[in-house]
Structures are given as structure tokens and as C-alpha cells.
Write a protein that binds this ligand. Sequence first.
Ligand SMILES: Cc1cc2nc3c(=O)[nH]c(=O)nc-3n(C[C@H](O)[C@H](O)[C@H](O)COP(=O)(O)OP(=O)(O)OC[C@H]3O[C@@H](n4cnc5c(N)ncnc54)[C@H](O)[C@@H]3O)c2cc1C
Length: 484
Amino acid sequence: MAPDGSGGLLGNDAQRQAIEEIKAVLGPKGWSQEPDTLAPLLVDTRGYYHGACALLARPDSTEETAAVVRLCNRAGLPVVPQGGNTSRVGSATPDESGAQVLLSMARMNRVRGIDPANYTMTVEAGCVLKDVQDRAAAQDRLFPLSLGAEGSCMIGGNIASNAGGINVLRYGNTRDLVLGLEVVLPTGEIWNGLRQLRKDNTGYDLKQLYIGSEGTLGVITAAVLKLFPLPKERATALCAIRDLDACIELLARAREASGDALSSFELLAGITLDFAYKHIDTAKPALDSDYDWTVLMEFSGLEPGHAMQNALESMLEGAFEDGVVVDAVIAQSEQQRADLWFLREAIVEAQAYEGASIKHDVSVPVSKVPEFIRRSNEALTNHMRGIRPYPFGHVGDGNIHYNITQPVGAEPADFMARAEEIHDIVHGITHDLNGSISAEHGIGQLKRDELKRYKSDLELDLMRALKSTLDPKGLMNPGKVLDT
Ligand SMILES: Cc1cc2nc3c(=O)[nH]c(=O)nc-3n(C[C@H](O)[C@H](O)[C@H](O)COP(=O)(O)OP(=O)(O)OC[C@H]3O[C@@H](n4cnc5c(N)ncnc54)[C@H](O)[C@@H]3O)c2cc1C
């Protein structure tokens, strides 16, 4: 650490001066340069990226956030906003220069208000997603965004990455769940767009620019979120299906039978459950046999009672008679439901016990999911002997986490060294099926170069034009999404 406490890597006096001014604005609780405090915030969840920073700023209010950003703007200091740091694409990790300011939103964690009659709540960016769900539930309302990292990710991060998760089928992704935003612009100006309106056609919908912008256009400090009636009944089943095509057939049956109250529809390849049962002690087999393909689905009803359970049972009976489903278990208690959902979480952890893995977060039109998986499996197994495709995910949205586990006995580093070849194959097939190379995790630094291969020049030019208009100095989360 340099005597001025700046980390010693700042380019000029104005930047060193700005760091001192930020410390003064935030007070002792509002910043840190302690290596132990910084360490977990400077590496991404997958351990791919290790960064450094000149200062960790932890503002407590919109005004403090604006002051930090204004000072950074004046001195030409890059700013990297961070929520729960659960990004899967390295989007919240600063670069290695040590010259960027890491802006944590963790202290901005107040619920500013809930309006049950308007079905909205206004929250600050640093609220943890699980707390947002719980606060809504306490008012008999549902905030439906739900994902594996919900105990640590923050709503500002969810909005900035347009998170998806397990309820998109019924409620949409984060983009569909936000009515208004408060944003600190790269200049430090505050845009108060905290509207609580479901209809507002007054020109361009500016909030949508910031949703999914991964911190590259401004800092989200608060949001108005859409709430829904809290489901009173949930019916959950794990079903083994005839083959991959049966998955699409079953999806249509489930949507119809539930009156489109199907909230989740997750595909799990047989290998994913095998790994979960093998490596996670608390993951217990839910079906009597092993199957190549299973689906975890949930109907959510607004009335207390058994209407959803009955609808699920009779839909599965019909699917069984027609050979679409070959085995199924329906949760008979809240505990059984939790056990089924635990399997969905366990498969993610279980994969790590089998060595290195190369991951993809792709989407294709729902009807093309079987073709995508079949073509990718075939192309990859022809390309590399012993490779183990590990597909699972939010198939009701056409979103497949198409992960690949290394061959048994291969050197993890040798396998990972071939990641580019494997991405080429999987993303090539995705593109061929008019799909997306990032369904829900975003671009960050991980897929920045890949984006250039699959977006048209025109789209990239439009994105660059927006970036340079809103952030002309290029100081907001540089190097993420776009290279400038
Ligand atoms: C176990 C696990 C499961 C996951 N499951 C899913 C899933 O099912 N669906 C899904 O979509 N994602 C999933 N993710 C990844 C997902 O994107 C994040 O979990 C979450 O949305 C990011 O929130 P965060 O607060 O951690 O943001 P961070 O990781 O801190 O930041 C993410 C991005 O947002 C920016 N950012 C953060 N806060 C702000 C702000 N206030 N203003 C402006 N920019 C900001 C950052 O600069 C960065 O670019 C998962 C991650 C993990 C670890």
C-alpha cells in the first residue's frame, strides 16, 4: 500500500486526490483498503478472474453514491458496481490494474415502501433477493424472481444482469418485474425514475436500457418492483419422460392442464441426478429407477386447496397412458417438495466432484431444445472421446445450462485448454438454431469476445453508440459487455 493509501497504482494526483475526497464523503464505515476485506470481492464465483482496486467504496445512500461517481468522473477513475458478486461471467470483478474503484451497494439495503394495493414495492439496490421475497410475502404478495444465489445476490445486481431463474415461464425475467428505477448516471447526476405505473407511454422506456446493462451505463440505486398474488397452493412433480421430444410434449400438456399456472419446468439429464446421488449425501433418489431424462415441474395456484394437485395428477395420468411420461412422483408435503427442489440445486454442486467442466448458458426456441441437445451431444462426443455432456435447466424458457464434464481420468487443465473448441461447437449450433449464447447470465468479461462473433455489426454499433452517449468517458465498468 502506498503512503497515500491509494494502492500506489493511480495514474495522477487528481485521482489520488479524488480517492481522498471519496473517503471523506463516505466516512470510516463507507470505504476500505484492507486486503482481507477486499479479497473475496476481487474474485468472481467461478474463480476465473482476479482483480484489484484502488478503493472499496460502500455508500449508504443515493446521494453518497452520486458523490462517489461524480468524483470518479471528474478524476477519470473507472467505477465497477458490485452487488452480491455472484455473477457467472466475471461482470462484477475489477481488472488487475488496481486503478478502479469498486462500488459495493451492500449498505443500501432498505425497503423504502410496499404498496400492497398497487402490487409494488420500492427497494434499494443492496437488498438481498431473499429478503425482498420475504418482505413481499409478509404482505401476502409474491416477488417471483428466484434463483440459486438468492441468499446472497442483490436486487441491483439482478436488475443489472436481467436475471432469469426458475419462475420466468410464468412471471417473466427481471426485465418484466421492474416498473421504475433510480439511477446515478456516470456524471453523478441522479435520475429519479421510480415510477409505480403499469402504463406509461411517455417516450423511450429509459429504465429498460439500464436493465441488463451490467453496470456499464450507470449505477442503479433503487427500484420499483412488480408484485403478484402469493400462491396458496403449489403442486410439484419429478417425472421421467420417454425421450427428449417428450419434454416439449409434456410442457404443452402442463401449460394447458394448469390453466397456464405452470411456474417452473426444469429438465434434468440422467447424468445430473446420478452425480447428485453419488456425491451429495443429502440428495436421495426420488424415483425407483434411473432414467435418461427427467423433468421437475411446479403448478402454482392462487386458491388454497387441491385444485393444482388434482390438475397435475390427472395431467400426469394422461401423459403416462400416452407414453409421454414413464414414471413420476408428486410431492405430498412441503418437505417432499423441498426435497425435490433440493435435487435441482444439488446437481449444480455435484458436477464439481467429477473434475473440470466447461459451461454454457444458451437459449433456443423451446421447440428446438431437443434438437439442440441431440446435435450438441453428437458433435461433442465425436469431437472428444469420453466427454460427458451435462445438460439441465430452465427448459420451459428454452434455456439450457449445457455443461460438459471432462472425460474420466483426463487432466483438468488439458480439458480446460480445449474450452474454445467446445464453445465453438456449442455456440455454433445455438446460433444455427437462432438461439442466444447468453440466456440469463449476461456477457461480462467471459463472453465479451464471443459476443462479437454472434451479434451483427449493426447491433454492436448501436450498443457502442448507446454506451458512448450515456458514458462518454467510458468509466462505467469498462471492459464488460463491450471492449470499450
Ligand atoms: C449458485 C448460483 C446460481 C445462479 N442462478 C442463476 C439463475 O438461475 N438465473 C440467473 O439469471 N442467474 C443466476 N446466477 C447468476 C446471476 O446473474 C446472479 O446470481 C445475480 O443476478 C447477480 O446479482 P449480484 O447481486 O450477485 O450481482 P453482481 O455479481 O455483484 O453483479 C452483476 C453485474 O451487475 C452489476 N451491478 C451490480 N449491482 C449494480 C447496481 N446497483 N447498479 C448497476 N450495476 C450493478 C455489476 O457491475 C455486474 O456487472 C446464479 C449465480 C450463482 C452463484
